[in-house]
Design a binder for this molecule. Structure first.
Ligand SMILES: [Zn+2]
Ligand SMILES: [Zn+2]
Length: 231
């Protein structure tokens, strides 16, 4: 907790399920607990992007790999008193756009292998038909692998306006975008290692404890985040 408010991180990676992740899920959970977080949402890279799952593996095995880091973090979280929830970061390969998907579980992913090839707009529609919630992660991030800045104000539900790994300018542009379109705002650490989380922190403070990832979705949708943490 922080100042009497519950502290959550909403965007975190693990070594088990993200190729760029440096710390295992258990260590991410331990570090978050030590830093005063009440809960974390593990959002590893989806199976169409920076995943350790080999492309030729059967779909269900791939989904198992996507969930591995979350499961390890959850197991450790249960032992030490940290709530751990599942999400994932969906990246449109070769075109940019990183979307954080909440409120859908591993069973949903198992039932939807077509998510690997759908057009981004059709993917967003499918997520919404299934009661999923889409946060556009760092919409103004620029990298060699992000070929264009593409905004989807009618296809996404909220904007990550404070990503602890991004510069002030990149976050300010995200804030401008969210406010221009009237989209709710949220924040996350995007940490890929325990050290990164320790150094940069990030996430949100809220008045009520989350019992499920749906509670997080409602807080964002209803604009009830008490404070978005910045690095
Ligand atoms: Zn990554
Ligand atoms: Zn990320």
């Amino acid at each position: 907790m922080e100042n009497g408010l519950y502290k959550y991180d909403t965007h975190m990676h693990t070594a088990e399920s993200s190729r760029c992740g440096a710390s295992p899920g258990a260590e991410m959970a331990e570090t978050a607990k030590a830093l005063g977080y009440d809960g974390i949402i593990i959002a590893d890279h989806f199976l169409n992007s920076n995943t350790p799952a080999e492309p030729e593996l059967p779909w269900l095995e791939k989904v198992e790999i996507l969930c591995r880091g979350y499961k390890a973090a959850k197991k450790r979280g249960d032992e030490i008193g940290l709530d751990v929830f599942f999400a994932w970061e969906y990246t449109i390969a070769h075109e940019g756009n990183d979307l954080l998907i909440y409120n859908l579980d591993a069973e949903w992913v198992m039932a939807h292998p077509e998510t690997m090839t759908l057009h981004v707009c059709d993917f967003c529609d499918l997520v919404h038909e299934s009661s999923g919630f889409i946060v556009h992660a760092h919409p103004f991030r620029q990298e060699y692998y992000i070929k264009m800045i593409r905004l989807l104000p009618d296809k996404t539900d909220a904007v990550e306006t404070a990503n602890a790994c991004r510069s002030r300018e990149v976050n300010q542009r995200a804030q401008w975008y969210a406010r221009t379109y009237g989209l709710p705002e949220t924040g996350g650490s995007d940490s890929h290692s325990a050290e990164g989380l320790r150094k940069l922190g990030g996430g949100i403070l809220v008045k009520d404890r989350f019992t499920s990832v749906a509670d997080y979705v409602n807080v964002v949708r209803e604009r009830r985040i008490a404070k978005i943490l910045t690095a």
